[in-house]
Design a protein around this ligand. Structure first.
Ligand code: ATP
Ligand code: MG
Length: 567
């Protein structure tokens, strides 16, 4: 491809709204163009790289036995009502209406649709297992679309769904996809880790996320230096070290007028938030429970849900809190709280000389030794982990990393198949629901993640796998016939060899050409300038190796072939 016939609108200045490097660079390098918040056009170079991610995904999915389909973007609302997710995901979904005023969801994901297909076309255990996937645009009305392709409202996803007869084979399908994902992300060239994840609104029992490591990543990851356990913030099982364990005298009542918040009380009493015990009243299936947790730790409702299996978990209303604690909201405490279970987070285990609410307006207790002064029904892991917490499995220190979620796998079980009738007949003629798994890759997010991880403020550092072009040829003196001819010859030779090559045939100054080349960041750049006229050798920049070599014209093609293979 010739630069002048292509469309590569590079920019010198960074767009104002771009907060992170990948977003700035993708716009400046002419890969994407913003239409509106969370909506982007793929320009030719961006599209080429996107297609390369897709190609890797397709190859690996096909090699792992998955079958490609293409499902409709528009999905009748009824199927979402039937699955029970219309209410759960309503806020995230964009909805369109047809001329008869019927509502259609613009697919944010496709579990319902694939399950409908299977319910209609798969009948017997002989048809199983099956693993379908598609690469398609998804729509999500994100609260805060940002960082360009990283969190957009319209994005490209590879979504896959496996259907098995038994739980045992469903496990196999799940681990087969985990293996496929490892290969896909390795081939993309990511520095990534796999972490255990919460199954959240998807339901199911097993889930992992694939995280590209980057300081700007939105996800916080906890990785154990001892046993290798790795999990995201929602799931991470933790162990806490008691923060204040010195013995204290008998607890005392103190006045704390209008001090309801952790910050307020700790400032007023001149104690650190780690010395405070928050008492939160939650209702599990409408039954109030007191949840005790350290002042600086947040309650993880996902963990509460898992603990109180199947129960609805909700923070009690102000009215309920007043009723249970016989005091205004903000002064609840475990001492003297009668008739409701006291469930404490690990962060308050062994805590002495602590401060708690006194179940009385404007009053707290100080010098509380939790286990001495009240009887706790159970200590459980109920909080989000913090820097400094230990691994819940082996008690070694956690390393806290940040990551960009590029892939997510779930073992779903029969949640969707049972509701939507994706059943099969087993050998004995009994009808059973298929056991499902679902597997997503943010194909367009992968591009942003790659740029975030492989760039400097001056430009992208593409690898050979995802670069829009593998080789850039830059004739630097366009007025010199010999240079133009040599560049053209090399361009044609490389094309004949099937390489992805771009010829910068613009009549621009060398400085402009170099700047654009560095900004876009082609892995191999071949420059022909004054030196070529003197020595007949070409200057080859191999950016992944940070190396410049001078290669004679007559061996350049084989040299580049070898180099591309080795990168
Ligand atoms: P996130 O936690 O980042 O919001 P998610 O867990 O809601 O993502 P999934 O439903 O697991 O996303 O979707 C599968 C994959 O699609 C994600 O792993 C991610 O790579 C990608 N993805 C999700 N939302 C977006 C988005 N708004 N823009 C771009 N890619 C996205
Ligand atoms: Mg996810």
């Amino acid at each position: 491809m010739r630069w002048t016939r292509n469309f590569i609108p590079t920019l010198r200045e960074s767009p104002q709204e771009a907060e992170i490097r990948s977003h700035r660079l993708m716009i400046r390098a002419g890969l994407i163009q913003k239409l509106a918040g969370g909506l982007y056009t793929f320009l030719p170079l961006g599209l080429r790289s996107l297609r390369k991610v897709e190609k890797i995904v397709r190859e690996v999915m096909n090699n792992h036995g998955a079958i490609e389909v293409l499902l409709p973007i528009l999905q009748p609302k009824e199927i979402w009502t039937q699955s029970g997710r219309w209410n759960v995901m309503r806020d995230l979904m964009l909805v369109a209406k047809d001329r008869q005023d019927r509502s259609f969801v613009l697919g944010p994901t496709h579990e319902e649709i694939i399950t409908d297909l299977v319910s209609k076309r798969i009948k017997s255990y002989r048809d199983l297992p099956k693993n379908f996937y598609q690469i398609q645009t998804k729509f999500r009305d994100e609260i805060r679309p940002r960082f360009g392709l990283m969190r957009s409202r319209e994005f490209l996803m590879k979504d896959g769904y496996s259907f098995d007869a038994t739980d045992e084979t469903a496990q196999k399908s799940y681990w087969n996809m985990v293996e496929a994902y490892q290969e896909i992300f390795k081939r993309c060239g990511f520095n990534f880790i796999m972490v255990e994840a919460d199954t959240g609104v998807m339901g199911g029992s097993l889930s992992h996320e694939f995280m590209v490591l980057a300081d700007t990543g939105e996800d916080e990851l906890f990785v154990c230096k001892g046993c290798g356990y790795a999990a995201n913030r929602e799931l991470a099982l933790r162990h806490c070290v008691p923060s204040f364990s010195s013995a204290s005298s008998k607890y005392e009542e103190v006045q704390t007028p209008h001090m309801k918040s952790v910050e307020g009380v700790s400032r007023f009493l001149k104690v650190s938030p780690q010395q405070l015990i928050k008492t939160l009243i939650y209702e599990m299936d409408r039954k109030p429970h007191a949840i005790l947790i350290r002042g600086d730790v947040e309650v993880n409702e996902g963990k509460l849900r898992r603990l109180f299996k199947g129960a609805s978990v909700e923070l009690a209303s102000e009215e309920k809190v007043s009723q249970v604690t016989a005091s205004p909201v903000g002064f609840a405490g475990p001492l003297g709280l009668k008739g409701i279970p006291l469930v404490a987070d690990l962060s308050v285990k062994g805590l002495r000389d602590a401060v708690t609410g006194a179940n009385k307006a404007d009053t707290h207790f100080i010098h509380v030794d939790l286990e001495r002064d009240c009887s706790i029904d159970a200590f459980q892991d109920l909080g989000f982990p913090k820097n400094g917490d230990l691994c819940g499995k082996c008690k070694a220190p956690f390393q806290v990393l940040r990551g960009i979620e590029v892939g997510h796998v779930f073992k779903l079980g029969t949640k969707y198949s049972a509701i939507l009738g994706a059943n099969y007949l087993n050998e004995q003629g009994t009808q059973l629901p298929c056991v499902m798994g679902c597997y997503g890759i943010g194909v367009s997010r992968c591009l942003a993640a790659f740029v975030e991880q492989n760039s400097t403020e001056n430009g992208i550092l593409w690898n050979q796998a995802l670069a829009p072009f593998e080789v850039l040829i830059s004739p630097l003196l366009m007025e010199v016939g010999e240079i133009v001819e040599a560049a053209e010859k090399l361009y044609n030779d490389l094309k004949l060899k099937g390489m992805d090559v771009l010829l910068d045939d613009r009549k621009e100054r060398p400085g402009v050409k170099f700047k654009d080349a560095d900004l876009i960041g082609f892995p191999i750049q071949v420059a022909l300038g004054q030196k070529f006229l003197e020595t007949r050798s070409l200057e080859v920049h191999i950016r992944p190796r940070q190396k410049v070599e001078h290669i004679p014209m007559d061996s350049i093609v084989s040299y580049l072939e070898g180099m591309i293979r080795s990168l």
